[in-house]
Ligand binder design. Structure first.
Ligand SMILES: [Zn+2]
Length: 97
């Protein structure tokens, strides 16, 4: 018997990241858990997603370090440019608003 309240596998897949992040409401999580109890395929899917997110999370951190460093260098460059323009007001400051 399929109640209206039941989650479909498609909904499960759509919500799995929210579930792992603890972003689901209590009610939605209860439906999620109920689907897990009835659907071994989604249990396997959840396990795999958990692994992927752990790995992806680590990768994302490494990806972030590069732009973060770039942003820092940008800031340093801006400070330096500020110093230079104070000494030799040759270059007008870039005002791209
Ligand atoms: Zn399922």
């Amino acid at each position: 018997m399929l109640a209206v309240d039941d989650l479909s596998c498609r909904e499960f897949v759509a919500l799995v990241t929210d579930y792992l992040e603890g972003a689901l409401s209590d009610r939605l999580r209860a439906r999620f858990d109920r689907h897990l109890a009835e659907c071994p395929h989604c249990v396997t899917y959840l396990e795999q997603m958990r692994d992927i997110i752990v790995v992806a999370g680590r990768l994302a951190e490494e990806d972030l370090s590069e732009p973060a460093r770039e942003a820092l260098l940008e800031a340093f460059r801006a400070w330096k440019a500020d110093e230079i323009s104070e000494r030799s007001a040759n270059e007008p400051p870039e005002d791209t608003g």
